[in-house]
Design a protein around this ligand. Structure first.
Ligand SMILES: [Zn+2]
Length: 714
């Protein structure tokens, strides 16, 4: 076992390195300047922490995120590693004390902000000590091409050269374009063979896009399924935050809120209660998140679509930093697009920049409408070559591929409606015609007389609008640009109309929790213990153990120190610091549950996620009617639903009586209607059988009933 592996096991409790970690560490250990590009949560900090511990001297970590330094130092100290930080949050006196500590050799790790290198006191202090390595965290800040350029980061370089022994340098970042990478390499003298890039993919994140659902209802059911899990809900506006906060709090969801309209104190308090697991859900605008390193965020829900993929991936990326499975859900509605367009129009940027923003917005909109793999879509957007064209198998598009629905007939109805409307109208009026709306504009253009009027009346106008927009996004329908874009057919539409092309949509159920294969009562007892101990030491709970580790404990309930050490995330050091208390809690629980069976621990085996069945709770006749309106025959519906044709017929007529329109032309023509009505007038009784017998044979019961229902005679 190498020294690095030993440190990994003893201090961090892991058996193996994650992608890229080993190469980065080996490079640093052999004195090569290195650039590591790894996704958030990919374990970047281990890349300098392990060599920092293995090498002689002090490791200096430069980070622009002052708010994170304390957490990182706390985490190292929790492992029994002497670490400290110096930044502007400390008084001059405190800073001097810490500098003396460093000079006295009492620290292995020192975290500083880039500005520190402008202080001659600091420079002369570190000139007197042995430096093991210098790590540039968030290294993209060093490049003027990066989206977060910090001039102070660049000015470190000449100062570093004043040191008697120039130490090995490592640069780490999660976001770097080719341009930025080249810049970092040139500035920090990193050879092309010393660039370690693992790609941007976050394998523990599942992306979901949810469309056509009432957002508030969706969130309420999601909260029910994910109680006690930590998550962030991003809203587009402060008003949305306030409203959602009120709704969820009323329902007993422990939520906090954060936006620019609150006082600094309120924001600080909200953030602290979230970090310390007192409030599990944070409802916030995009003002929240910079410098938050809470590792056990299990879900990020976007209540509205953000403006760019960059912004989305950054915000969604705050989920699952502990490497555990997490969900990133985007709730899409067409109004989101209007809001973002409005914001672009209102911004004070020039026309060129606006066009660029529109392009980025379009990429975001396409993400919401694509039926390809969502993960691949994002990676392709960032030109992450490694995975282009492949599928992740865990996003909503990959996962529910088998739950696709053939909507070809429905699409044909929509397309033929557009054609019959003369390709002169926009989305909303087309939806009204399909719905069979009584809107006066329809009469004005005589659109209530065309044959597709009311043909999809079983849907709401909102659903129809969504369907039409889906067809546009899939390029099965074109739009003519302008202030009020009109719908037009294109070659793809023609293919659909001719039946040469099938149109699929995919349903997106609420992602359900993984099957619980650990004991929840033990898990919550361990969580309580963790919270208590964390509070005593004034550190966030996840600094002690991650949720993943607590779940393992509640799955395998170790009874000895050796067993404890085989749990992911528990090494010797962590065990010495905290292990006993947790072991005691596990043992107590075992005493109360003597009959519990212990599963065999299989390294690397992950719990299999269970899919929940969704029940259709609409009345039976509405279901039949909806199917009928989507173009299915009564016979087919009877077959699918395992009912008799008569029952289905009854359903459809009942729906009509409830006020839903029907296209009667499917059942009879004018001539048949006249004949049936005339025959009924002749008869003195109202029973069906004599009426049927008085008519020619080709008049079946369905036709006769349909005429009578339409004329309100039965
Ligand atoms: Zn996928």
């Amino acid at each position: 076992m190498t020294n690095a592996e030993q440190i990994l096991q003893t201090y961090f409790g892991y058996d193996t390195f994650r992608a890229g970690q080993k190469q980065t560490i080996d490079n640093i250990m052999s004195g090569d300047n290195t650039l590591a590009v790894m996704p958030t949560g990919g374990g970047k900090s281990l890349c300098y922490q392990i060599p920092g511990m293995a090498l002689d001297g002090v490791a200096i970590i430069i980070s622009p995120l002052i708010s994170l330094m304390k957490d990182q130092v706390d985490a190292l100290q929790a492992l029994g590693i002497p670490a400290t930080y110096i930044n502007s949050s400390l008084t001059t006196g405190e800073q001097q004390t810490r500098l003396r500590d460093i000079e006295a050799g009492n620290c292995k790790f020192v975290y500083v902000a880039p500005e520190r290198f402008e202080s001659s006191v600091f420079i002369s202090a570190i000139r007197r000590i042995r430096i093991a390595l210098v790590a540039f965290d968030e290294a993209h800040c060093i490049s003027q091409w990066g989206h977060d350029f910090r001039p102070s980061y660049r000015s470190i370089i000449p100062n570093l050269k004043q040191l008697p022994d120039i130490p090995v340098t490592v640069a780490l970042t999660a976001t770097a374009t080719e341009e930025v990478m080249a810049d970092i390499q040139a500035l920090l003298h990193i050879g092309k063979h010393n660039v370690v890039k693992t790609g941007f993919e976050r394998e523990n994140l599942s992306f979901h896009v949810v469309k056509g659902k009432d957002k508030a209802t969706y969130i309420r059911s999601f909260m029910k399924e994910h109680q006690d899990e930590s998550g962030i809900i991003y809203t587009a506006t402060r008003k949305q935050s306030d409203r959602l906060f009120e709704q969820l709090t009323k329902r007993g969801v422990p939520a906090a809120k954060y936006h620019a309209g609150l006082t600094e104190d309120e924001r600080k308090q909200a953030q602290a209660s979230f970090i310390h697991d007192e409030k599990t859900v944070m409802i916030a605008t995009n003002a929240f998140g910079m410098g938050i390193d809470k590792s056990n965020v299990r879900f990020i829900i976007h209540y509205a679509m953000p403006m760019t993929i960059e912004a989305y991936y950054q915000e969604a990326g705050r989920a699952g930093r502990d490497g555990e499975h997490s969900d990133c859900i985007l709730l899409f509605s067409p109004q989101d697009v209007q809001l973002q367009k409005f914001l672009i129009e209102q911004s004070l940027i020039d026309e060129n920049a606006k066009q660029n923003e529109y392009r980025k917005l379009q990429a975001m909109i396409n993400y919401c409408h694509t039926h390809g793999c969502l993960t691949s879509y994002i990676l392709e957007y960032f030109n992450d070559d490694d995975r282009t064209g492949s599928t992740c198998g865990r996003c909503s598009n990959c996962l529910y591929r088998h739950e696709r629905i053939d909507i070809t007939e429905e699409a044909q109805m929509i397309l033929s409606c557009v054609k019959r409307m003369g390709e002169r109208f926009g989305v909303s009026l087309t939806a009204k015609v399909l719905k069979g709306s009584k809107d006066s504009r329809l009469h004005q253009f005589r659109l209530h007389t065309i044959s597709t009027y009311g043909i999809l009346s079983a849907y709401t106008e909102k659903e129809l609008t969504e369907r039409i927009q889906f067809l546009v996004a899939e390029q099965l329908l074109a739009t003519q640009d302008g202030k009020f874009p009109t719908l037009r057919l294109n070659q793809n539409s023609v293919d659909v109309l001719k039946g040469k092309r099938t149109v699929w949509i995919y349903t997106a159920p609420i992602p359900s929790n993984e099957t619980v294969d650990y004991h929840e009562d033990l898990f919550s007892a361990l969580r309580e213990l963790r919270k208590r101990m964390a509070d005593e030491q004034d550190v966030p709970p996840y600094v002690l153990f991650s949720d993943a580790t607590l779940k393992e404990l509640s799955r395998y309930f170790p009874e000895t120190k050796e067993d404890m050490l085989s749990i992911k995330g528990i090494g010797e050091k962590k065990y010495d610091q905290y292990g006993k208390a947790f072991l005691t809690t596990v043992k107590e629980w075992l005493r109360e549950n003597p009959d519990v069976s212990r599963p065999v621990k299989i390294a690397g085996a992950a719990p299999v996620p269970k899919k929940k069945e969704q029940a259709d709770d609409r009345p039976s006749h509405t279901i039949s009617y909806t199917m009928f309106q989507s173009g299915k025959s009564i016979k087919d519906i009877a077959l699918i639903r395992e009912l008799t044709s008569q029952t289905v017929e009854g359903h459809i007529f009942k729906a009509f009586k409830d006020g839903h329109p029907l296209a009667w032309g499917i059942f009879f023509n004018e001539e048949e209607e006249t004949a049936i009505l005339a025959a009924r007038d002749e008869l003195e009784e109202t029973r069906l059988k004599p009426l049927k017998e008085s008519l020619p044979d080709e008049y079946d019961y369905t036709t006769i009933k349909a005429v009578l229902v339409k004329n309100e005679l039965i």
